[in-house]
Design a protein around this ligand. Structure first.
Ligand code: KG4
Ligand code: ZN
Length: 333
């Protein structure tokens, strides 16, 4: 068994991916295993929370064993364990937290409860250090849509978030309406590339500086699908994506103008979108900022970003909890 004092184990179970990873201080991923539940939730066109918790329970042990075997690491020699403590689906979170607490007690290794959103933000520094502060962060996932100002290494100020649906959630719901499968984001992203944005969907809350709203856009797409059965799916997707991206990037540009940051980072599952990545390149050039995108593999939920975020908690001594009572302490991002 190798010496592993310099490694952190990250565990992510906040939604429908069970992911375990070993990461060093520089963000190098030594080993990782992600088990998705897409086949379980596909029948429902969205995540079924109770089934998600049960699936995490089954997947955690094989994922962990694979990571330990691949890396030949003795769990007792880890520096720390970091587990997502929220936000997320409560049953899924508790499954991961309890499993991590068991490992922490069994191995006598400190346990840290990690903010999932901080994990996404840290995903841009996996494999390679990319982010330079000050930075504007656009976080676009299935659970969240927000803009934040990353002032310095530790301070992150929320500028605005969605007042209803998140952008990823709306991608998934539009895909469900069109019978495209789950998760819908990657399918919509691909179809949108083949269509023309000829349908004028609304751009909700465009005048509000940094807050977002996507539920009205979702309803507008639903009405259009019902009333126009002859419409091409590719064109609906292209028009829907154009509306989403216009809102996301107009507000991002507002923040880039106001804060003049060094970097612009886009994180969360929707950052895996090729359309998002292409548009972001143009904006970064225009505003002369360093564009920071996580490697594709680390855009969606993963244990590696949680492990890297854990290093911040260790360095700042934010929350070192070994016991069950205190492990859910809230440490804001
Ligand atoms: O960050 P994530 O894995 O989970 C949450 O924290 O919510 O994000 C999942 C979301 C889903 O809505 C999924 O459809 C979307 O990210 N997504 C994509 C792509 N890959 C995943 N959306 C657009 N294009 C993609 N390639
Ligand atoms: Zn996430």
């Amino acid at each position: 068994m190798g010496q592993s004092k310099e490694l952190v184990l990250g565990i992510e179970t906040s939604c429908d991916d069970t992911s375990v990873a070993l990461v060093n201080e520089k963000g190098l991923v030594i080993a990782e295993k992600t088990i998705t539940q897409h086949n379980i939730h596909a029948a429902f066109g969205g995540v079924f929370p109770e089934l998600a918790s049960r699936a995490h329970l089954h997947a955690l042990k094989p994922a962990l064993i694979e990571v330990l075997e691949k890396s030949k690491i003795d769990g007792k020699k880890l520096l720390a364990i970091g587990v997502t403590r929220g936000p997320g689906l409560i049953g899924s979170l508790l499954t991961g937290i309890n499993y991590a607490a068991g490992l922490s007690i069994g191995w006598n290794v400190p346990l840290y409860g990690i903010n999932h959103l901080r994990g996404h933000i840290r995903s841009v520094d996996l494999e390679e250090q990319r982010l330079e502060t000050p930075a504007i962060i656009l976080l676009v996932s299935g659970g969240h849509t927000l803009l934040a100002y990353h002032k310095n290494k530790n301070e992150i100020e929320l500028l605005g978030s969605t007042i209803d649906d998140s952008v990823g959630e709306v991608y998934d719901k539009v895909a469900r309406m069109m019978g495209l499968g789950f998760p819908g984001g990657p399918i919509i992203d691909k179809l949108a590339k083949q269509g023309e944005a000829i349908i004028q969907f609304p751009r909700p809350l465009l005048k509000d500086a940094y807050r977002f709203s996507f539920s009205g856009l979702k309803s507008a797409v639903a009405r259009y699908i019902d009333s126009t059965p002859q419409a091409k799916q590719e064109d609906i997707c292209a028009s829907f994506v154009e509306a989403c991206l216009e809102v996301l990037f107009i507000k991002s540009c507002r923040a880039l103008t106001a804060y003049k940051p060094k970097s612009f980072a886009i994180v969360g599952g929707v950052a895996a979108s090729m359309q998002v990545r292409e548009k972001a390149q143009h904006i970064a050039q225009k505003y002369n900022v360093n564009l920071c995108l996580p490697p594709l593999k680390w855009s969606t939920d993963n244990g590696a970003m949680i492990a890297l975020a854990t290093w911040d908690y260790i360095h700042n001594n934010w929350q070192q909890k070994h016991n069950v009572e205190t492990r859910l302490h809230i440490q804001e991002m």
